[in-house]
Structures are given as C-alpha cells and as structure tokens.
Design a protein around this ligand. Sequence first.
Ligand SMILES: [Zn+2]
Length: 96
Amino acid sequence: MSEIATENICPLCNRVLAEPTSRHHLLPLSKGGRDTPTILLHKICQTKVHAVFTETELKNYYNTVERLQEHDEIAKFIKWVSKKDPEFYDGSIKKK
Ligand SMILES: [Zn+2]
C-alpha cells in the first residue's frame, strides 16, 4: 500500500485537510481500483473530481494528482477553492 505521507494536506488543492474529507481511489473502485493507492481529499475536492471526469476517464488517464491538476476545470476549481475555509463544502456539485 503506497499512501501519501502528509495526510494533513490535501494533495489536490494543497490546503490543510479538515472534515468533511473523502478517500479518493486514483483508480476507481468500479474499474478494478480495489486495493490500489488512495489519497485523502477534501470532500469538495473529491466531489469535484467526480463531477468533471467519468470513471472511465479517471481510469484511462486522470489517475494521478498531477494529471487531475492539469485539467482546465480542476485548475480553475483549485484557484476558487483556495480562498475557502478548509471545512467548506458545496453540496450543489453534482457527480457525473
Ligand atoms: Zn482539497
């Protein structure tokens, strides 16, 4: 099991982690991601990832934090969320 050591920082937005958080499978569970590396993200960050990408896209390409961060919509989201409190969660983001 390889896990990010600095679990107090969200690897997607690089803000301090605070509840609610959500464990993200870099390889989606539905695509064979069981027992594969996971990262702990803010719930809003994880929800955003699933709002932008389908599980097939996540499996086929967006399976590293670096690739997620390179996507325009995620880059915009990171810029936006960086001004929010670590506890901020927006329930209006819909999963794809
Ligand atoms: Zn985050």
